[in-house]
Design a binder for this molecule. Sequence first.
Ligand code: HEC
Ligand code: HEC
Ligand code: HEC
Ligand code: HEC
Ligand code: HEC
Length: 182
Amino acid sequence: MRKGGPLFFIVGFFIFSLFGWVMFPKILFLEKTQPIDFSHVAHGEEAGLSCEDCHYFRADGSYAGIPSIDKCMECHEGGTGLEGKAAQEEEKLLEFAEEGKEIPWLIYSRQPDNVYFSHAAHVKMAEIECNTCHGDMGEREHPPIYKKNRLHPYSKQTMAMETCEACHQERGVLNDCFVCHK
Ligand code: HEC
Ligand code: HEC
Ligand code: HEC
Ligand code: HEC
Ligand code: HEC
Protein backbone atom coordinates (compact mmCIF):
# COMPACT_ATOMS: atom_id res chain seq x y z
CA MET A 1 0.00 0.00 0.00
CA ARG A 2 1.16 3.54 -0.76
CA LYS A 3 2.39 5.72 2.10
CA GLY A 4 -0.55 7.74 3.40
CA GLY A 5 -3.03 5.18 2.13
CA PRO A 6 -4.35 4.32 5.59
CA LEU A 7 -4.70 8.02 6.34
CA PHE A 8 -6.81 8.58 3.22
CA PHE A 9 -8.86 5.58 4.19
CA ILE A 10 -9.49 6.91 7.68
CA VAL A 11 -10.37 10.41 6.48
CA GLY A 12 -12.65 9.00 3.78
CA PHE A 13 -14.30 6.72 6.29
CA PHE A 14 -15.14 9.67 8.54
CA ILE A 15 -16.45 11.80 5.70
CA PHE A 16 -18.76 9.05 4.47
CA SER A 17 -19.85 8.13 7.98
CA LEU A 18 -20.69 11.75 8.68
CA PHE A 19 -22.79 11.80 5.52
CA GLY A 20 -24.54 8.58 6.49
CA TRP A 21 -25.27 9.47 10.08
CA VAL A 22 -25.79 13.20 9.96
CA MET A 23 -26.71 14.30 6.45
CA PHE A 24 -28.72 11.39 5.06
CA PRO A 25 -31.52 11.49 7.67
CA LYS A 26 -31.81 15.26 7.11
CA ILE A 27 -32.15 14.78 3.36
CA LEU A 28 -34.66 11.95 3.70
CA PHE A 29 -36.92 13.52 6.32
CA LEU A 30 -38.75 16.84 6.25
CA GLU A 31 -39.15 18.17 9.79
CA LYS A 32 -42.50 19.71 10.77
CA THR A 33 -43.93 21.06 14.01
CA GLN A 34 -47.47 20.69 15.32
CA PRO A 35 -49.87 23.64 14.69
CA ILE A 36 -50.08 24.19 18.49
CA ASP A 37 -47.45 23.37 21.12
CA PHE A 38 -49.77 21.08 23.07
CA SER A 39 -48.63 19.84 26.50
CA HIS A 40 -49.82 16.42 27.67
CA VAL A 41 -48.35 17.17 31.11
CA ALA A 42 -50.46 20.34 31.55
CA HIS A 43 -53.63 18.46 30.64
CA GLY A 44 -52.94 15.37 32.70
CA GLU A 45 -51.52 16.62 35.96
CA GLU A 46 -52.75 20.22 35.95
CA ALA A 47 -56.12 20.03 34.16
CA GLY A 48 -56.83 16.62 35.73
CA LEU A 49 -57.84 14.79 32.53
CA SER A 50 -57.27 11.09 31.90
CA CYS A 51 -56.21 9.74 28.49
CA GLU A 52 -59.74 8.44 27.84
CA ASP A 53 -61.26 11.91 28.27
CA CYS A 54 -59.67 12.81 24.93
CA HIS A 55 -58.72 9.48 23.29
CA TYR A 56 -61.72 7.18 23.58
CA PHE A 57 -63.65 4.39 21.87
CA ARG A 58 -66.90 5.42 20.20
CA ALA A 59 -70.04 3.38 20.89
CA ASP A 60 -69.42 1.34 17.68
CA GLY A 61 -65.94 0.30 18.93
CA SER A 62 -63.99 2.56 16.52
CA TYR A 63 -61.26 4.79 17.94
CA ALA A 64 -61.86 8.54 18.09
CA GLY A 65 -58.12 9.37 17.89
CA ILE A 66 -57.31 13.02 18.53
CA PRO A 67 -60.29 14.97 19.91
CA SER A 68 -62.08 17.61 17.86
CA ILE A 69 -61.70 21.28 18.76
CA ASP A 70 -65.08 21.20 20.54
CA LYS A 71 -63.43 19.16 23.29
CA CYS A 72 -60.74 21.83 23.78
CA MET A 73 -63.29 24.62 23.85
CA GLU A 74 -65.15 22.99 26.77
CA CYS A 75 -62.42 24.58 28.91
CA HIS A 76 -60.76 27.21 26.70
CA GLU A 77 -63.85 29.16 25.55
CA GLY A 78 -63.04 32.83 26.09
CA GLY A 79 -59.48 32.04 27.27
CA THR A 80 -58.28 30.82 30.66
CA GLY A 81 -56.05 33.72 31.70
CA LEU A 82 -52.75 32.02 30.84
CA GLU A 83 -49.58 34.11 30.52
CA GLY A 84 -46.53 34.31 28.25
CA LYS A 85 -45.79 31.45 25.88
CA ALA A 86 -48.79 29.42 27.10
CA ALA A 87 -51.12 32.34 26.31
CA GLN A 88 -49.66 32.59 22.78
CA GLU A 89 -50.35 28.91 22.16
CA GLU A 90 -53.87 29.23 23.56
CA GLU A 91 -54.41 32.21 21.24
CA LYS A 92 -53.74 29.93 18.23
CA LEU A 93 -56.41 27.56 19.54
CA LEU A 94 -58.91 30.42 19.87
CA GLU A 95 -58.16 31.52 16.30
CA PHE A 96 -58.92 28.07 14.87
CA ALA A 97 -62.17 28.04 16.88
CA GLU A 98 -63.16 31.50 15.68
CA GLU A 99 -62.62 30.48 12.05
CA GLY A 100 -64.65 27.32 12.67
CA LYS A 101 -61.69 25.11 11.71
CA GLU A 102 -60.37 21.86 13.10
CA ILE A 103 -56.72 21.89 14.23
CA PRO A 104 -54.61 20.16 11.54
CA TRP A 105 -52.69 17.85 13.91
CA LEU A 106 -49.94 15.73 12.40
CA ILE A 107 -50.34 12.02 13.22
CA TYR A 108 -46.96 10.41 13.96
CA SER A 109 -48.27 6.86 13.81
CA ARG A 110 -50.41 7.24 10.63
CA GLN A 111 -50.22 4.05 8.55
CA PRO A 112 -50.68 3.57 4.79
CA ASP A 113 -54.30 2.95 3.72
CA ASN A 114 -53.58 -0.67 2.85
CA VAL A 115 -52.65 -1.46 6.46
CA TYR A 116 -55.49 -2.46 8.75
CA PHE A 117 -55.09 -1.61 12.44
CA SER A 118 -57.65 -1.51 15.21
CA HIS A 119 -57.16 -0.11 18.71
CA ALA A 120 -59.99 -2.27 20.05
CA ALA A 121 -58.10 -5.51 19.30
CA HIS A 122 -54.87 -4.24 20.87
CA VAL A 123 -56.04 -2.07 23.77
CA LYS A 124 -59.26 -3.79 24.84
CA MET A 125 -58.71 -7.43 23.90
CA ALA A 126 -54.92 -7.80 24.21
CA GLU A 127 -54.63 -5.13 26.96
CA ILE A 128 -51.45 -3.60 25.54
CA GLU A 129 -50.41 -0.27 27.12
CA CYS A 130 -50.32 2.91 24.98
CA ASN A 131 -46.58 3.31 25.75
CA THR A 132 -45.69 -0.03 24.18
CA CYS A 133 -46.49 1.36 20.74
CA HIS A 134 -46.41 5.15 21.23
CA GLY A 135 -43.53 5.66 23.67
CA ASP A 136 -43.83 8.60 26.05
CA MET A 137 -46.32 10.65 23.95
CA GLY A 138 -48.81 10.90 26.81
CA GLU A 139 -46.20 12.33 29.25
CA ARG A 140 -44.64 15.01 27.10
CA GLU A 141 -44.58 18.76 27.71
CA HIS A 142 -44.02 19.40 23.99
CA PRO A 143 -44.94 17.26 20.98
CA PRO A 144 -41.86 15.83 19.25
CA ILE A 145 -40.73 17.11 15.83
CA TYR A 146 -42.71 15.29 13.14
CA LYS A 147 -40.35 13.72 10.59
CA LYS A 148 -42.11 13.28 7.28
CA ASN A 149 -40.46 10.79 4.96
CA ARG A 150 -39.93 12.53 1.61
CA LEU A 151 -40.37 9.28 -0.30
CA HIS A 152 -43.87 8.53 0.99
CA PRO A 153 -46.52 10.42 2.96
CA TYR A 154 -45.80 8.87 6.38
CA SER A 155 -43.60 9.84 9.28
CA LYS A 156 -40.39 8.26 10.45
CA GLN A 157 -42.11 7.67 13.80
CA THR A 158 -44.74 5.31 12.39
CA MET A 159 -44.49 1.63 13.32
CA ALA A 160 -42.59 -0.51 10.82
CA MET A 161 -44.06 -3.76 9.50
CA GLU A 162 -41.33 -5.78 11.20
CA THR A 163 -42.21 -4.30 14.61
CA CYS A 164 -45.87 -5.32 14.21
CA GLU A 165 -44.78 -8.77 13.07
CA ALA A 166 -42.25 -9.26 15.88
CA CYS A 167 -44.89 -8.77 18.57
CA HIS A 168 -47.40 -10.95 16.71
CA GLN A 169 -44.82 -13.70 16.46
CA GLU A 170 -44.01 -13.40 20.16
CA ARG A 171 -47.67 -13.60 21.13
CA GLY A 172 -48.71 -16.27 18.68
CA VAL A 173 -50.84 -13.97 16.46
CA LEU A 174 -51.15 -14.93 12.79
CA ASN A 175 -48.73 -13.04 10.50
CA ASP A 176 -50.26 -13.88 7.11
CA CYS A 177 -50.26 -10.88 4.79
CA PHE A 178 -54.06 -10.62 4.72
CA VAL A 179 -54.23 -10.14 8.51
CA CYS A 180 -52.81 -6.60 8.16
CA HIS A 181 -53.28 -5.87 4.44
CA LYS A 182 -56.92 -5.88 3.39
C1 HEC B 1 -56.87 17.36 26.44
C2 HEC B 1 -56.93 16.22 25.60
C3 HEC B 1 -55.86 15.13 25.68
C4 HEC B 1 -55.57 14.30 26.76
C5 HEC B 1 -56.17 14.31 28.15
C6 HEC B 1 -54.57 13.36 26.27
N1 HEC B 1 -54.25 13.65 24.97
FE1 HEC B 1 -53.01 12.60 23.77
N2 HEC B 1 -53.24 13.99 22.28
C7 HEC B 1 -54.02 15.13 22.38
C8 HEC B 1 -53.73 16.00 21.26
C9 HEC B 1 -54.37 17.37 21.00
C10 HEC B 1 -52.75 15.35 20.47
C11 HEC B 1 -52.07 15.89 19.19
C12 HEC B 1 -50.85 16.73 19.57
C13 HEC B 1 -49.68 15.91 19.98
O1 HEC B 1 -49.27 15.03 19.22
O2 HEC B 1 -49.15 16.15 21.10
C14 HEC B 1 -52.48 14.08 21.13
C15 HEC B 1 -51.63 13.10 20.66
C16 HEC B 1 -51.42 11.87 21.27
C17 HEC B 1 -50.68 10.77 20.71
C18 HEC B 1 -49.99 10.77 19.35
C19 HEC B 1 -50.73 9.97 18.28
C20 HEC B 1 -49.97 10.05 16.99
O3 HEC B 1 -49.48 9.02 16.54
O4 HEC B 1 -49.83 11.15 16.43
C21 HEC B 1 -50.66 9.77 21.64
C22 HEC B 1 -50.01 8.42 21.51
C23 HEC B 1 -51.38 10.25 22.78
N3 HEC B 1 -51.85 11.52 22.53
C24 HEC B 1 -51.53 9.53 23.96
C25 HEC B 1 -52.09 10.03 25.11
C26 HEC B 1 -52.04 9.36 26.41
C27 HEC B 1 -51.36 8.04 26.68
C28 HEC B 1 -52.73 10.16 27.29
C29 HEC B 1 -52.92 9.96 28.79
C30 HEC B 1 -51.69 9.85 29.55
C31 HEC B 1 -53.22 11.32 26.53
N4 HEC B 1 -52.78 11.22 25.24
C32 HEC B 1 -54.02 12.34 27.03
C33 HEC B 1 -54.96 15.37 23.35
C34 HEC B 1 -55.01 14.74 24.58
C1 HEC C 1 -60.63 20.01 31.25
C2 HEC C 1 -60.28 21.30 30.70
C3 HEC C 1 -59.35 21.36 29.50
C4 HEC C 1 -59.53 20.78 28.25
C5 HEC C 1 -60.63 19.86 27.79
C6 HEC C 1 -58.43 21.27 27.42
N1 HEC C 1 -57.63 22.10 28.15
FE1 HEC C 1 -55.99 23.07 27.49
N2 HEC C 1 -55.59 23.72 29.35
C7 HEC C 1 -56.39 23.53 30.45
C8 HEC C 1 -55.74 24.09 31.63
C9 HEC C 1 -56.28 24.07 33.05
C10 HEC C 1 -54.52 24.64 31.18
C11 HEC C 1 -53.45 25.36 32.02
C12 HEC C 1 -52.52 24.32 32.60
C13 HEC C 1 -51.39 25.01 33.36
O1 HEC C 1 -51.69 25.64 34.34
O2 HEC C 1 -50.27 24.87 32.89
C14 HEC C 1 -54.46 24.42 29.75
C15 HEC C 1 -53.44 24.86 28.93
C16 HEC C 1 -53.46 24.81 27.56
C17 HEC C 1 -52.53 25.47 26.68
C18 HEC C 1 -51.40 26.38 27.12
C19 HEC C 1 -50.06 25.79 26.89
C20 HEC C 1 -49.93 24.49 27.52
O3 HEC C 1 -50.15 23.50 26.80
O4 HEC C 1 -49.65 24.41 28.73
C21 HEC C 1 -52.88 25.13 25.41
C22 HEC C 1 -52.21 25.58 24.12
C23 HEC C 1 -54.01 24.26 25.49
N3 HEC C 1 -54.35 24.10 26.82
C24 HEC C 1 -54.63 23.69 24.39
C25 HEC C 1 -55.65 22.75 24.49
C26 HEC C 1 -56.14 21.98 23.36
C27 HEC C 1 -55.62 22.06 21.95
C28 HEC C 1 -57.15 21.20 23.83
C29 HEC C 1 -57.97 20.20 23.07
C30 HEC C 1 -57.26 19.12 22.44
C31 HEC C 1 -57.29 21.48 25.26
N4 HEC C 1 -56.36 22.41 25.61
C32 HEC C 1 -58.24 20.91 26.09
C33 HEC C 1 -57.62 22.91 30.46
C34 HEC C 1 -58.15 22.18 29.42
C1 HEC D 1 -50.33 -2.22 19.40
C2 HEC D 1 -49.90 -0.85 19.19
C3 HEC D 1 -50.75 0.29 19.71
C4 HEC D 1 -51.28 0.48 20.98
C5 HEC D 1 -51.20 -0.46 22.17
C6 HEC D 1 -51.94 1.77 20.96
N1 HEC D 1 -51.82 2.35 19.72
FE1 HEC D 1 -52.50 4.16 19.16
N2 HEC D 1 -51.95 3.82 17.23
C7 HEC D 1 -51.26 2.70 16.81
C8 HEC D 1 -51.16 2.72 15.35
C9 HEC D 1 -50.48 1.68 14.48
C10 HEC D 1 -51.82 3.91 14.93
C11 HEC D 1 -52.03 4.39 13.50
C12 HEC D 1 -53.31 3.76 12.98
C13 HEC D 1 -53.59 4.08 11.52
O1 HEC D 1 -53.04 5.01 10.95
O2 HEC D 1 -54.44 3.38 10.94
C14 HEC D 1 -52.27 4.59 16.15
C15 HEC D 1 -52.94 5.83 16.18
C16 HEC D 1 -53.23 6.52 17.35
C17 HEC D 1 -53.73 7.88 17.41
C18 HEC D 1 -54.00 8.77 16.22
C19 HEC D 1 -55.32 8.34 15.68
C20 HEC D 1 -55.83 9.17 14.55
O3 HEC D 1 -55.91 8.64 13.44
O4 HEC D 1 -56.19 10.32 14.76
C21 HEC D 1 -53.90 8.20 18.73
C22 HEC D 1 -54.41 9.50 19.32
C23 HEC D 1 -53.52 7.02 19.49
N3 HEC D 1 -53.12 6.03 18.63
C24 HEC D 1 -53.56 6.96 20.87
C25 HEC D 1 -53.41 5.78 21.59
C26 HEC D 1 -53.69 5.66 23.03
C27 HEC D 1 -54.15 6.78 23.94
C28 HEC D 1 -53.43 4.35 23.36
C29 HEC D 1 -53.63 3.68 24.71
C30 HEC D 1 -55.01 3.69 25.21
C31 HEC D 1 -52.98 3.67 22.14
N4 HEC D 1 -53.01 4.56 21.10
C32 HEC D 1 -52.59 2.34 22.06
C33 HEC D 1 -50.75 1.71 17.61
C34 HEC D 1 -51.09 1.48 18.93
C1 HEC E 1 -47.03 -5.25 21.36
C2 HEC E 1 -47.68 -6.25 20.56
C3 HEC E 1 -48.33 -5.89 19.25
C4 HEC E 1 -47.93 -4.96 18.32
C5 HEC E 1 -46.75 -4.01 18.38
C6 HEC E 1 -48.87 -5.05 17.23
N1 HEC E 1 -49.82 -6.01 17.49
FE1 HEC E 1 -51.40 -6.53 16.30
N2 HEC E 1 -52.04 -7.85 17.67
C7 HEC E 1 -51.42 -8.13 18.88
C8 HEC E 1 -52.21 -9.11 19.62
C9 HEC E 1 -51.86 -9.71 20.98
C10 HEC E 1 -53.32 -9.42 18.80
C11 HEC E 1 -54.49 -10.38 19.12
C12 HEC E 1 -55.63 -9.57 19.71
C13 HEC E 1 -56.83 -10.45 20.02
O1 HEC E 1 -57.61 -10.70 19.10
O2 HEC E 1 -56.94 -10.86 21.16
C14 HEC E 1 -53.18 -8.62 17.58
C15 HEC E 1 -54.09 -8.66 16.54
C16 HEC E 1 -53.96 -7.93 15.36
C17 HEC E 1 -54.87 -8.00 14.25
C18 HEC E 1 -56.08 -8.93 14.15
C19 HEC E 1 -57.22 -8.43 14.97
C20 HEC E 1 -58.03 -7.44 14.18
O3 HEC E 1 -58.00 -6.26 14.52
O4 HEC E 1 -58.66 -7.85 13.19
C21 HEC E 1 -54.42 -7.11 13.31
C22 HEC E 1 -55.06 -6.81 11.96
C23 HEC E 1 -53.23 -6.49 13.83
N3 HEC E 1 -52.98 -7.01 15.08
C24 HEC E 1 -52.49 -5.53 13.15
C25 HEC E 1 -51.33 -4.92 13.67
C26 HEC E 1 -50.56 -3.92 12.97
C27 HEC E 1 -50.86 -3.41 11.58
C28 HEC E 1 -49.53 -3.57 13.80
C29 HEC E 1 -48.41 -2.58 13.56
C30 HEC E 1 -48.79 -1.27 13.07
C31 HEC E 1 -49.67 -4.36 15.01
N4 HEC E 1 -50.77 -5.16 14.89
C32 HEC E 1 -48.81 -4.26 16.09
C33 HEC E 1 -50.25 -7.57 19.33
C34 HEC E 1 -49.52 -6.56 18.71
C1 HEC F 1 -48.61 -7.60 11.48
C2 HEC F 1 -49.01 -6.76 10.38
C3 HEC F 1 -48.43 -7.03 8.99
C4 HEC F 1 -48.31 -8.22 8.33
C5 HEC F 1 -48.66 -9.62 8.85
C6 HEC F 1 -47.77 -7.91 7.01
N1 HEC F 1 -47.59 -6.55 6.89
FE1 HEC F 1 -46.87 -5.58 5.26
N2 HEC F 1 -46.98 -3.79 6.24
C7 HEC F 1 -47.40 -3.64 7.54
C8 HEC F 1 -47.25 -2.26 7.92
C9 HEC F 1 -47.57 -1.66 9.28
C10 HEC F 1 -46.71 -1.58 6.79
C11 HEC F 1 -46.38 -0.06 6.68
C12 HEC F 1 -45.15 0.28 7.43
C13 HEC F 1 -43.93 -0.15 6.73
O1 HEC F 1 -43.79 0.15 5.52
O2 HEC F 1 -43.07 -0.81 7.36
C14 HEC F 1 -46.56 -2.58 5.74
C15 HEC F 1 -46.07 -2.31 4.47
C16 HEC F 1 -45.97 -3.26 3.47
C17 HEC F 1 -45.57 -2.97 2.10
C18 HEC F 1 -45.20 -1.61 1.56
C19 HEC F 1 -43.81 -1.24 1.88
C20 HEC F 1 -43.60 0.18 1.55
O3 HEC F 1 -42.45 0.60 1.69
O4 HEC F 1 -44.54 0.89 1.20
C21 HEC F 1 -45.59 -4.13 1.41
C22 HEC F 1 -45.26 -4.35 -0.06
C23 HEC F 1 -46.02 -5.18 2.33
N3 HEC F 1 -46.24 -4.60 3.57
C24 HEC F 1 -46.18 -6.51 2.01
C25 HEC F 1 -46.49 -7.53 2.90
C26 HEC F 1 -46.53 -8.93 2.57
C27 HEC F 1 -46.24 -9.52 1.18
C28 HEC F 1 -46.89 -9.61 3.70
C29 HEC F 1 -47.01 -11.12 3.92
C30 HEC F 1 -45.80 -11.87 3.66
C31 HEC F 1 -47.09 -8.60 4.75
N4 HEC F 1 -46.83 -7.36 4.21
C32 HEC F 1 -47.51 -8.88 6.04
C33 HEC F 1 -47.93 -4.63 8.36
C34 HEC F 1 -47.96 -5.97 8.08
